[in-house]
Design a protein around this ligand. Structure first.
Ligand code: ZN
Length: 137
């Protein structure tokens, strides 16, 4: 019995080491992946509950596509690009939660500008390139 549990531990350690080596230099998971995975699972559950054949298929394909993206991102070696995607996702979530401000991109340099909501039409000047543009808040 003791010999068996020892061998099991050895085997577990070996497997863990192999997995670590496999994941070396790969991106792993992040908030965006967790969100995509959740969305994929939700879509596949929805596909099971609904019984419109065409919609079922569409939802199932969408769910598998999302899960494929999650696997691709997890195993990706282009960690910088994956990191940037996650950052963009986190920014978007923050913007959606922020009820006090609106976010615009400067038409010239794409710099993001945050302005207070509910001030009507205002002239915004870009903090980076000083370009002026008018937006409704
Ligand atoms: Zn600008």
């Amino acid at each position: 019995m003791n010999g068996f549990s020892y061998r099991l531990r050895q085997w577990g350690a070996k497997l863990g080491g192999a997995l670590r080596r496999f994941m070396q230099g790969r991106y792993g998971t992040d908030k965006l992946n967790m969100f995509l995975l959740g969305l994929g699972l939700a879509l596949s559950v929805l596909a099971m509950l609904l019984s419109f054949p065409a919609l079922d298929l569409l939802l199932t394909v969408a769910a598998y596509t999302l899960m494929g993206i999650v696997i691709f991102r997890t195993l990706s070696r282009n960690t910088y690009k994956r990191y940037r995607e996650n950052l963009r996702y986190l920014q978007l979530v923050q913007q959606l939660r922020d009820r006090q401000h609106r976010y615009y991109n400067c038409p010239r340099c794409r710099q993001q500008v945050r302005v207070p909501r509910g001030k009507g039409k205002i002239a915004i000047s870009c903090p980076k390139c000083k370009e002026k543009f008018i937006r409704k808040t």
